[in-house]
Design a protein around this ligand. Structure first.
Ligand SMILES: [Zn+2]
Ligand SMILES: [Zn+2]
Length: 347
């Protein structure tokens, strides 16, 4: 066993504190990663606070992990010592169900193994990336291309793939009109990636406060959803709308913005059910869908795409002792656009 420094929540109601956690011995198919940077995702906050179900504590969150492979098991073939590597939202799956065999491990029918707060194969609870080291089976470790710095690459492992996957699946590209609802951690990556894919990109944000940012990130248009005129002006416009907002929004009004056969895809996850007026689906053969991260093969494809187009996340790097403060700022939408923990400050 290896002891790693970490930041973990002792309970659902306490701040994260510095501590140590145990990592398993490096098995024949495992990679030991010295974590350099870990992104802070909104999901981390929901999970450690028990808002998405009860957890076992202490719990170290973090599923946007970038680092260096410092030890590889005897049978590892995909990675070697010194490789720049990343780990996202899952660290294993059953590998034999129909979805795993398609390379869509995130939809494993037996449930994928989450990077933190999940029961691992050995029965222990997984601990995430707010830590100096992690041991992960090689098939769930991806390669970070040299063209991407590790700090701006870390958020790609959740925010990047969560937006890349639906953009690919629903065919974002030249000639397609894409709207991104919400310009936060996920939204800013959706704008960058959709723009790089060649689509015409519109940001739909509550106000025009982030307009300058949005246009700089690659958006062609920017509209405020607080302005009722926006919904009239843009009716029937978009081939695809990516909704990154995890608070409830009026889905039926957004569906009216889709063109024939358009799709509104939720990647944000509100806790409450969202009512949908079925007429807004029927009239225009529209779809209302959801999407979760991406498979491992697609995650690698996303990293290679981002490297090729020079896309990293917009980040604010913080030392570990500012994680709790960062949580409050994430909840207040006061970050442009992702906090990334420098794990060297955990020593
Ligand atoms: Zn996440
Ligand atoms: Zn499976």
């Amino acid at each position: 066993m290896l002891t790693a420094n970490a930041y973990a929540a002792p309970s659902a109601t306490e701040d994260l504190i510095p501590t140590t956690i145990e990592r398993r011995d490096v098995g024949p198919h495992d990679v030991l990663i010295e974590i350099k940077f870990a992104g802070i995702c909104h999901s981390d906050i929901h999970t450690v606070r028990g808002e998405w179900g009860p957890q076992q504590y202490p719990l170290a969150p973090g599923h946007e992990i970038a680092g260096i492979a410092t030890e590889v098991g005897s049978e590892v073939t995909r990675h070697k010592l010194g490789d720049r590597v990343g780990v996202g939202c899952m660290v294993n799956s059953c590998r034999e169900c129909a979805n795993c065999l398609k390379g869509e491990e995130q939809y494993c029918l037996a449930g994928n193994t989450g990077t933190y707060g999940a029961v691992d194969r050995d029965g222990t609870i997984t601990q995430g990336g707010y830590s100096t080291h992690v041991v992960v089976t090689e098939d769930f470790v991806v390669r970070i291309p040299d063209a991407l710095e590790l700090d701006v690459a870390a958020p790609l492992l959740c925010a990047g793939i969560t937006t890349y996957s639906p953009l690919r699946h629903w065919g974002a590209g030249p000639g397609k009109k894409i709207a991104v609802v919400g310009l936060g951690g996920l939204g800013h990556m959706a704008v960058k990636i959709a723009h790089a894919m060649g689509a015409e990109v519109t940001v739909l944000s509550q106000s025009l406060k982030k307009m300058e940012d949005g246009l700089q990130l690659g958006a062609d248009h920017f509209h405020a959803t607080s302005d009722a005129g926006t919904f009239e002006t843009l009716a029937g416009t978009f081939d695809l709308i990516i909704n990154t907002v995890s608070a409830p929004i009026d889905i039926s009004s957004y569906l009216q913005l889709l063109s024939l056969d358009g799709a509104l895809v939720n990647v944000g996850a509100p806790a409450e059910p969202l009512p949908v007026n079925v007429f807004s689906l029927i009239l225009g053969r529209r779809s209302f869908a959801g999407s979760a991260i991406g498979g491992i093969r697609e995650t690698q494809e996303m990293l290679d795409f981002c490297a090729e187009h020079g896309l990293g996340a917009e980040i604010e790097v913080i030392p570990a002792d500012r994680i709790n403060e960062a949580y409050e700022r994430v909840l207040a939408s006061d970050v442009r656009y992702r906090f990334v923990i420098d794990t060297a400050t955990m020593k």
